[in-house]
Design a protein around this ligand. Structure first.
Ligand code: ADQ
Length: 464
C-alpha cells in the first residue's frame, strides 16, 4: 500500500473543541478533511456546542448531518472562562507560541481544564466502542488520552497538535507540564506539524521522563509506546485554485481593483492574534516607505484581520496597537490620493479572500510563531500560473519547512520585511513562475488528503 492510499477503516471518532456542525459551507481545511473520513466510516464528531448555560448537562446531544453524527455538549460560564479563555488560551496558547510573558498562570484555570477533559472522556466512553479510532485535536485536550487510559480504555487513541510544540525550557514554564506530557504520551500516535516540533517534544520526553527512541518514530515512555509523527497539515489545493476563479472571488477582486488602479496589492490575511506578527509587519511596511520614497503611491498594503478572542486582555491590547500603528503610518506616509495601509478589522468569506489572493502581487505571512499557517498555502493555490504573486513567509511558520521557494524572512526584522516586499514587486515574471510552480507542486502533493492518510495510516498500524 502506498502512503496516499487510505486503508480500510474502523469507525472514526473525532474530538475537537469546535466542530463543523451546522456550518453552511464546510470550506475550512480541517472540516473538509475530517468530514470525508467521518462520512466514510459512519463516524462521530464530539465537541462543544458553542452554548454557555447556567446548568449544562454532563451529556452530549446527538444530531446528524450528511452522514456524519455529532455529539455536542454545553459549558457553564465558569468552564468557558476557566477551560477555554483561561487554561487553553491564556496559558497553553501563549506558552506554546513562545510567549511566556503573556501567559496568565492563574491556578484556578487548571481545575476547569481537567474538568472539561474528564467530561469529554465520559462522553467518549458512552458513545464509542473500543474498536473505534479516537482522533483528538489540539491543545484543548492534551489530558483526554491519559484520562481515558486511567479509566481503563484500551482502544486506539490518536492526537494531532495544530500549534507548535516549544523548546523544553519553554514548555517547562507551565506549572503542570509533566501532567500534560503524561497525558500526551497516553495516545498511541501524536501528530505534529513540523520536524522542529517533533524534535522539541522528543527532547523534552527524553530529558523529563527518560524516553527511549525505538525504530520508526516510536518512543518508549514510562512503559508505553507512543509514535511521534511528523505530519504537516495541508489544504485542498485543487478546489481552492478553482474557488479563486469562481464568480464570488472575481467579484471581490474587481471591487478592490477599482481602488487599486495601477498599484501593486500586497496582502495580509490573519486572525487578529499576537502570534501572527501584525505590528512587526506594519512596521516592516513603514520601513519600506521610509527607505524607498519612490514607492509611495505605488503599493497598496491591505491587511484583513478580524478580531478573535477579544475578551482576553492581550487581544484587546493588540487591537488598540494595530489601530494606532495603521493610523500613524497612514498619517506619516499617506497622500491626498493614497493610503499606504488599508486595514480591515473584519472577516471576509473564504471565496472573497481567494479572489483577493489572486489579485495580489505579494502576500505577507509573517507570524512570530505558527503551527503551520494555511494562509501561505491558500495564497499559492489561488495564483494565476501565468502571472503568479510572491509569497513572503516567516521562518517561524511551520509552513517554512515545506515552502522553501517563498521569500523566507525573519519577522522581527522590519528591514528584512521591507526588502522582501521590494524584491517581490520587482521580481521578473520568469522567477515568479519558477518559484510558484515548485510551491504549488509541493502543496498539491502534500494536500489535506495526504495529511489525513498519513495520520490514519500510522494510526491503523497501532495494534487493536
Ligand atoms: P489558525 O491560527 O486559525 O489555526 P491559519 O492556518 O493561519 O490558522 O488559518 C486558518 C484559516 O482561517 C485559513 O483557512 C484562513 O483562510 C482563514 N482565515 C484567516 N484569517 C482570515 C480572515 N481575516 N478572514 C477570513 N478567513 C481567515 C491553527 C494553527 C495554524 C494551523 C491551523 C491548521 O494556529 O498554525 O495552520 O490551525 O492546523
Amino acid at each position: 500500500m502506498t502512503e496516499t492510499e487510505t486503508p480500510k477503516r474502523s469507525r472514526l471518532i473525532a474530538i475537537s473543541n469546535r466542530t463543523a456542525a451546522g456550518q453552511e459551507s464546510r470550506a475550512g481545511g480541517l472540516a473538509v478533511a475530517l468530514w470525508d473520513s467521518l462520512a466514510d466510516t459512519r463516524g462521530l464528531w464530539i465537541g462543544w456546542s458553542g452554548r454557555i448555560l447556567d446548568f449544562p448537562s454532563n451529556r452530549a446531544r446527538k444530531s446528524s448531518e450528511d452522514g456524519v453524527e455529532f455529539a455536542l455538549t454545553d459549558y457553564s460560564r465558569d468552564q468557558f472562562d476557566g477551560f477555554y479563555l483561561g487554561y487553553s488560551n491564556s496559558v497553553l496558547w501563549p506558552v506554546m507560541h513562545n510567549r511566556i510573558d503573556l501567559a496568565v498562570f492563574d491556578s484556578s484555570f487548571f481545575r476547569y481544564y481537567v474538568e472539561i477533559n474528564e467530561k469529554f472522556s465520559d462522553i467518549v466512553r458512552r458513545q464509542a466502542t473500543e474498536d473505534d479510532l479516537i482522533w483528538v485535536h489540539d491543545y484543548h485536550f492534551l489530558l483526554l488520552g491519559g484520562i481515558l487510559r486511567e479509566e481503563g480504555w484500551t482502544g486506539r487513541c490518536g492526537f494531532f497538535l495544530h500549534i507548535p510544540f516549544p523548546s523544553p525550557e519553554v514548555f517547562r514554564a507551565i506549572p503542570e507540564h509533566r501532567k500534560l506530557a503524561k497525558g500526551l504520551c497516553a495516545y498511541d500516535v501524536v501528530g505534529l506539524q513540523c520536524r522542529k516540533d517533533l524534535a522539541n517534544l522528543a527532547q523534552y520526553l527524553e530529558e523529563e521522563f527518560g524516553a527511549e527512541e525505538q525504530p520508526d518514530g516510536k518512543f518508549l515512555v514510562e512503559g508505553r509506546i507512543v509514535h511521534l509523527l511528523h505530519c504537516p497539515i495541508g489544504i485542498d489545493s485543487k478546489s481552492f485554485a478553482q474557488t479563486a476563479q469562481d464568480e464570488p472571488a472575481t467579484r471581490a477582486a474587481s471591487r478592490l481593483s477599482r481602488f487599486l488602479g495601477e498599484r501593486d496589492l500586497v496582502i495580509g490575511v490573519d486572525r487578529m492574534d499576537y502570534s501572527k506578527g501584525l505590528p512587526q509587519r506594519f512596521e516592516g511596511m513603514a520601513d519600506l516607505f521610509d527607505r524607498y520614497p519612490e514607492l509611495h503611491g505605488k503599493i497598496s498594503f491591505t491587511q484583513i484581520a478580524p478580531p478573535s478572542r477579544s475578551v482576553v486582555e492581550e487581544y484587546a491590547q493588540l487591537r488598540e496597537q494595530l489601530d494606532a500603528l495603521s493610523g500613524r503610518i497612514n498619517g506619516d506616509y499617506g497622500d491626498l490620493d493614497w493610503m499606504p495601509i488599508r486595514y480591515l478589522a473584519r472577516g471576509y468569506d473564504r471565496e472573497e479572500i481567494a479572489g483577493l489572493y489572486r489579485l495580489a502581487t505579494a502576500c505577507l505571512v509573517t507570524p512570530l510563531q505558527d503551527g503551520m499557517n494555511l494562509v501561505a498555502k491558500e495564497f499559492v493555490a489561488a495564483q494565476d500560473p501565468e502571472d503568479p504573486g510572491v509569497l513572503i513567509l516567516s521562518q517561524f511558520a511551520g509552513a517554512a519547512e515545506q515552502m522553501k521557494e517563498a521569500l523566507i524572512i525573519n519577522p522581527y526584522d522590519s528591514s528584512a520585511i521591507a526588502e522582501a516586499v521590494k524584491q517581490a514587486i520587482e521580481m521578473p515574471r520568469e522567477e515568479r513562475r519558477e518559484r510558484w510552480q515548485k510551491l504549488y507542486d509541493n502543496i498539491s502533493e502534500q494536500d489535506i488528503g495526504w495529511w489525513r492518510s498519513r495520520f490514519m495510516t500510522a494510526f491503523e498500524q497501532v495494534p487493536a
